[in-house]
Design a protein around this ligand. Sequence first.
Ligand code: 9WN
Length: 420
Amino acid sequence: MSTLDDRARQILRKNDRGGYTLPTHGLYPYQWNWDSAFAAWGFSTFDIVRAWDELDTLMASQWDSGMVPHIIFHRPDPGYFPGPEIWGTGQEPATSGITQPPVAATMARLIWESDPATGSARLEALYPGLLNWHRWWHEVRCSHGPAAITHPWESGRDNCPDWDIGMADVDGSGVTPYTRRDTSHVDPAMRPTKQDYDRYIAMVEFGRNAGWDDTTIMRQGPFLMADPGITFILLRAHQDLAVIGRALGHDVREIEGWAHTLRAALPSIWNDRLKAYDARNLRTGAFANVLGSGAFLAYLANAANPTLEAQLMRVWNAVNYGIPSADPQAASFDPRKYWRGPTWPVINALLAIGFKTAGRHDLERRLRDETQTLIRKHGFYEYFDPLDATPCGGSDFTWTAAIWLTWAGRTPETAQKGTA
Ligand code: 9WN
């Protein structure tokens, strides 16, 4: 495995811009929130100091409210749209005005456990920021119970069918004319549609006109949906933050309270008709009625059950490589279109953490083998067709390289402590 290990390390080094790592050159020329947390995890296998630096740089852009933005625009780059001037957040360095899945505490815990001697002081320095971010999630975004998103980009699973019912209510017809950049880097058939982009930009314009005020966006924004994926990621991250806090000698009762309240909200995202957790439009109460990989992240938070597992196996057995991002038997399934069907190595890695937590080593092994096969066949792509393994999206992708080093390319003997 040494050649692919070397290649994965080279990708992390190549995408390193000094303190932060690009998801991939060209398509994503800035620092993204959850990509950075995975990058840090990858760096921790060969450069522990660089791993902590990545998390420091991410948390340094935290807003006063506690929110940690989804993009940090360290240096201008015309290759990405929407850039800092469209977001208009007034932050320095410039940032977007929305957030992304809070995986940072979970990654910080894994990195720290891999080398506690180096990590304890770094973790202590990060702890107050992580605590404030989690408090923001609890107070602002969990006010309806489950974790809410105000823009599909916050979910990190941008155009998955989960958001279709909420997107249908967003009027994108009046947006200021713009030119997309993503479709000049990769095949447009693998990216969201123009109608999706018009609506994404309408939501950005709403936030900018509201001065990025949380209360206005939560009460009047064009889109508000409960995200099962973030709900489970946050629940897991609350638990990891409590472990970290306790080890550092802090009183963690506040965090345990957030986790308890969030777990109590899980029945509100269980859809009996779908027989799974489901996204929900918080403006109307309607369920999305579509199965996606966000529901399966329940394993991360010990919230899976036999009914959900039956759905997982149905969906997984309908494809050949990895867990698909959306249900292959649903009409909306598209095996190459971004989050509407492809398998994503990074999501597989998160699911694998969940399977291990639940003691399901059989599921973890199968998923690792399938993810490893994809990367061995084609390299470190952003996502893959789960039916025929066609590589999709960006190449030399940071988080795919990172999860190779920490999980997909490992055997139990070569795994990092705490990860296998
Ligand atoms: C918008 C960087 C990001 C990931 C997201 C993924 C994609 C951006 C885009 O790329 O989103 O945030 O422009 O398509 O959906 O999960 O963090 O890799």
